[in-house]
Design a protein around this ligand. Structure first.
Ligand code: SF4
Length: 265
């Protein structure tokens, strides 16, 4: 491992990876990659405001979506109660032709203020995590959240809110066409996999697939290729659970290996 990588890893609190890696000669990452676990993605059960104008636009759209229309819809959205107290919606940031899509939970106070995802301490950690695998915010990377408006008091979004916003996230994926998606945290995993029962840890270190045809969205293009998903911990969680940073890095190494395999395949 070169000195720069050691430095970057130390910035995210990982300084023991070499020892651990050496002690595990039978590293099973490759075996995991070949597992190719196929996950069906049902739309989440929705309990959204049927009278909402923006929701009707989403439901009734027949033509393919474009980014401008989508962002305008999200900015005006009142599909769930989170619209009441937001300062602004946080749609996402980054390269609109990304290889990587990172999906987090929802805006916190600082994100709500700035209109950007992952600012503050968790944002700094995410930036360092990106650096540790040779990525940089904005270059081949797009960062979004499962819900676009801040839950009051920084509580996690409830299932109805995740479901209300799910169309927007899936529409972003449809337009961005990333080569790989990294779900950071439980909320993102629920929004992407449609499963709120399974603990996040059960999805870690698995090559999951995001299947377009399973969506109910009328406006998605048919026969879009599947996109790999890797699940890992949210930076906010990692700030409180320092020992799990190594696991998060292992998840991203898995994601890199999947992407490399895909690019070379
Ligand atoms: S969180 Fe999503 S669904 Fe709810 S109001 Fe904001 S944009 Fe609309």
């Amino acid at each position: 491992m070169d000195e720069y990588k050691k430095f970057v890893l130390s910035q995210i609190g990982i300084d023991r990876y070499v020892l651990r890696s050496n002690s595990n000669k039978n590293n099973n990452l490759n075996k995991v990659i070949n597992e190719d676990v196929l996950i069906q993605i049902p739309p989440l059960k929705k309990n959204i405001n049927k009278q909402s104008e923006s929701n009707q636009i989403v439901e009734n759209r027949q033509k393919p979506l474009n980014w401008q229309t989508l962002t305008s819809e999200i900015k005006n959205c009142q599909n769930c109660i989170l619209s009441k107290e937001r300062k602004q919606v946080v749609i996402g940031t980054g390269d609109l032709k990304p290889d990587w899509l990172f999906v987090g939970e929802g805006p916190g106070a600082e994100e709500d203020q700035q209109g950007l995802p992952f600012v503050g301490n968790s944002g700094k950690l995410l930036d360092n995590i990106l650096l540790s695998i040779g990525l940089e915010r904005g270059k081949k990377v797009y960062i979004a959240n499962a819900v676009k408006c801040r839950p009051p008091g920084n509580r996690p979004p409830i299932l109805d809110e995740i479901a209300a916003c799910q169309n927007y996230l899936h529409s972003q994926i449809s337009l961005l066409k990333p080569k790989i998606i990294v779900a950071v945290g439980k909320t993102a995993t629920v929004a992407l996999l449609g499963d709120d029962k399974t603990p996040l840890g059960k999805y870690r270190q698995r090559h999951l697939k995001f299947q377009w045809n399973n969506f109910s969205n009328k406006f998605l293009e048919p026969n879009q290729p599947t996109i790999p998903i890797v699940v890992t911990y949210h930076p906010s969680y990692l700030l409180r659970n320092l020992n799990d940073k190594i696991k998060s890095w292992e998840d991203l190494v898995l994601a890199m290996d999947i992407l490399n395999k895909q690019n070379n395949g």
